[in-house]
Structures are given as C-alpha cells and as structure tokens.
Write a protein that binds this ligand. Structure first.
Ligand code: UD1
Length: 424
C-alpha cells in the first residue's frame, strides 16, 4: 500500500489544472448501459474509481476504447450479455449501484451486488433503500439474497410520480437514468440538484433523452425508445477545486485554479471569503490568496447542494484548526463522518465531537506525525494538514486518495509541496 511522505510546512504558489469530475463521470458512464449506439466521453478524470467503472461496464458487455492519454473513451455495445454486477466489481465503489437503474430499464433484469466505497456513516452504513423503493415505483421487482439485489421487471418500466423521502444524489441519478427508457412520463420531486446531476441530464439530453428541470427540485422525464449516438465533455471536479482552494487559504498561498466554473461553488467560496481569503473569479478560473490570519467560523453545516458539501467538510476542518478562535462544523449528510478527527489529533488538533457537531479550537501549530487515511476525502484532509504541519508526516493508505484525486502528488509538487509517494 502506497504512502505519502510530506515535509512541511509548505506554502503553495502557482497554477492548478482541475481534472474532470469523478462524481459526474461515474453516473454518466453507468448511463451508457441505456445506449445501443456508440458514446464518446471527453475530459475523463484519471482516477481509480473510473477504472473500476470501466471494468464493470466491460464485464456487462460494453467495448471500451480509451485514447492514449486515457481522457477520452469510446463505448460501444458488444453482443455479449451479462446482467451480473459482481461484488468484486463494485466492492470498492459506492457508485457501483448506479448500474442498477440503467440495467433494469434497458435489459429488464439485473443482479447487482450491494456497493462498497467510503464508510462515512459509522454503524448506520450507507443504505440504498431510496434507490430500491423508488425504482419499485417504476415497476422494478426485487429480492435481496446473499448481498445481491435480484431485480427484474415484466415489461418496460412505467413512468410514475415519485417524491424522494430525503434528498439523495445516487437515488436521483438512478431514477433519472431508469426513467429515460420508461414508458410515459415520470415526475421526480425532492431531487438532489448537484451540478454533477445536471451534467448527467445534459449528457442524456445530448443523446435525445426528454428531461426537463422544473422549479428547484423537480425533474420531469418522458421516456424514449432509444438514445442516439453522442459525444460529451465531462464537467470539472467540484471537490478537487474546493480542496485546492482550501489549500491556498491554509498555507497563505496563492493559486490560479483553471478549468472550473466558479459559479458552481459559490457557497464554498463565500466561506473561504469569510475566513479572510481573497477570491477573484473569472468564467472558468479562480484566483485565490490565503489571508494573513485565518478567521474562525462558528456556523458551518453541511447540506445538499447548493449548501456546503459534506465532501469538503474534512478539508475545511483542517483550515479551521489554524483560525484565530473557536469554530463549529455540523455534519448533516453523513451524521458520523468524523473519522479524520482522530488522525488530525495526532498532529495536535484540538477538536471535540458532540453528536454531529465538531468544535474546533483554533491557533493550532500542527507537528508532523504518522497518519492513516480512512476514506477518500479524509485522506485529502490529512494530506492538507501534513502540508501545513512542521516536520515530516507519513500518510498511509493513499489508495483512498487515488480513488478520486488525479495525480494528487504531481499537482501538489508543481505548486511547491514537498511530497513523495513511497510505493510498497
Ligand atoms: C454522493 C457522492 C458522495 C457525497 C454524497 C453526498 C457520488 C459517487 N458520491 O453519494 O461523494 O458525499 O453524494 O453529497 O456521487 N441515504 C439513505 N438511503 C439511500 C440513499 C441515501 O438513507 O437509499 C442517505 C445516506 O446515508 C446519506 C444521505 O442519504 O445520509 C445522502 O446520501 P446520497 O446523497 O445518496 O449520497 P451518495 O449518492 O451515496
């Protein structure tokens, strides 16, 4: 298992090119199951989860041809038919469950393993009841046996009126994809509206899907018989962008962040301004300079988009450890997503957790330590903390980082971070 060796403190300076969005690419790739015609996708991020999804699609009968730089993929259908998304294909990736909606819509059957991915919610796990209950309303029948969902439908799925009991990114994506080939009209209420979901619907529309967003959280889909051949470029990664913005603020650095539309992260940027960072935005770029003194904030709550993203909570917590007073973060999406706190404490952080709120004492001087990553975004937070710590840190289990950050250490080296990958 690879590790990062980081010698800090480092101040970052320079330009960062943001990669394609992992969380947009995954559902878009899953939705190619709906197609008979070829699809070309550009701006793919080169991260482990994408490789996993491509292998899964291949195992289900798609032909995958990657360009030399692996950023463009052409996906065509072969005659091979397999309806089993096996445990080995989805054990590391939550997004594995996103093949269920498209498979049931296209092939009327699917055997899908319960997905893996980051453990973000302690013992409560990461259920998929919203996916299953709402797909059932389109006509899917299912049984759960030995960790697999055995799903089928007698005929085509049938459009329906569905209100999600709680906002869920994955369930919204699964339903939109399934409804594209269902008979008639589906109205989805209380949808997640993350930019990555809008990227999915823009992609599907480019192939002739009839999808309309109405009001804030309602999506109307009229099923079509087939989707057309299409070529689409995936949006930039929102969480990678936010992570580098936080890094600039944390190290009092100065970064020009390219290939991302700042209007998609207004909430994050407003919090960075509150801590004192100077932020200038352009159409596709952000210039961010860290403040001399980071200011504390006592009212951050993670929320569904357009609120503050849970996927940046750990990284922002690192920043607040350096603020000039006490800060508070309340986690409202994954109530116990605080595994990183114990690791940050090894560096000297003073953080107290009560229920789903973390109280963070400021003015902490981090001292280098040995740290272990527990999940994707927590691993990025540990890397950020180690960059701002005095002395040597080792961050182990960086395979978590590799699932979602493209060439993280190379991008960091280029902006002045003393970081080395130790392969074992
Ligand atoms: C997606 C993102 C993940 C992000 C999360 C929240 C991808 C691949 N992953 O995950 O990075 O942290 O959105 O922004 O895009 N829930 C249920 N039952 C369900 C589904 C969800 O109880 O069937 C709960 C979850 O446990 C969680 C909340 O609903 O508490 C939101 O989860 P959801 O939005 O579905 O997250 P994911 O799609 O898994």
């Amino acid at each position: 298992m690879d590790k990062f060796l980081i010698k800090g403190p480092c101040k970052v300076n320079g330009t960062v090119n943001i990669s394609g969005s992992k969380n947009a690419a995954l559902p878009i790739l899953a939705s190619t199951i709906l197609f008979d015609k070829p699809v070309i996708l550009e701006n793919l991020p080169r991260v482990k989860d994408i490789d996993t999804m491509l292998s899964l699609l291949e195992s289900l009968g798609s032909k995958i041809v990657l360009s030399k730089n692996k950023r463009t993929v052409k996906i065509t259908k072969t005659k091979k038919k397999n309806f089993v998304a096996s445990y080995s294909s989805v054990k590391t990736m939550r997004a594995g469950v996103l093949v269920l909606g498209p498979m049931i819509a296209k092939h009327h059957k699917s055997i899908t393993s319960f997905p893996g991915g980051c453990v973000l919610n302690g013992n409560s796990g990461r259920p998929i009841n919203y996916h299953l209950n709402t797909l059932k309303k389109l006509g899917m029948q299912y049984e759960i046996k030995k960790g697999y969902i055995f799903a089928k439908t007698k005929a085509k799925l049938k459009g329906n009126f569905i209100k999600f009991p709680k906002i869920s990114v994955g369930a919204t994506e699964n339903l939109i994809m399934a409804a594209c080939l269902a008979k008639g009209k589906t109205i989805l209420k209380n949808c997640a509206i993350e930019p990555e979901i809008k990227d999915l619907t823009n992609f599907l529309r480019s192939a002739g899907a009839k999808i309309k967003w109405v009001g804030k959280r309602t999506c109307e889909i009229i099923g079509v018989n087939n989707l057309k051949e299409t070529k689409y470029s995936i949006m930039g990664d929102r969480i990678e962008t936010g992570t580098f913005c936080i890094l600039a603020a944390l190290t009092k650095g100065n970064l020009l962040i390219k290939n991302f539309k700042p209007k998609l992260i207004q909430t994050e940027l407003s919090f960075l301004k509150k801590v004192g960072a100077s932020v200038k935005t352009f159409k596709n770029e952000i210039q961010i300079k860290g403040p001399k003194q980071i200011k504390s904030i006592n009212n951050i709550s993670t929320k569904e988009y357009p609120g503050f993203p849970t996927d940046l909570q750990a990284q922002f917590m690192v920043l607040l450890c350096k603020a000039n007073g006490i800060s508070k973060i309340t986690e409202k999406i994954f109530q116990s997503r605080f595994i990183h706190v114990m690791e940050l404490q090894r560096l000297g952080a003073k953080i107290n957790i009560k229920n789903n709120t973390a109280t963070i004492e400021g003015n902490t001087e981090f001292k280098g330590a040995e740290l272990m990553s527990s999940d994707l975004r927590a691993s990025a937070a540990l890397v950020l903390a180690a960059i701002s710590a005095k002395g040597k840190s080792i961050v182990s289990r960086v395979y978590h980082c590799d699932r979602g950050y493209e060439k993280f250490e190379d991008k960091l080296k280029r902006i002045g971070v003393n970081i080395k990958r130790i392969s074992s």
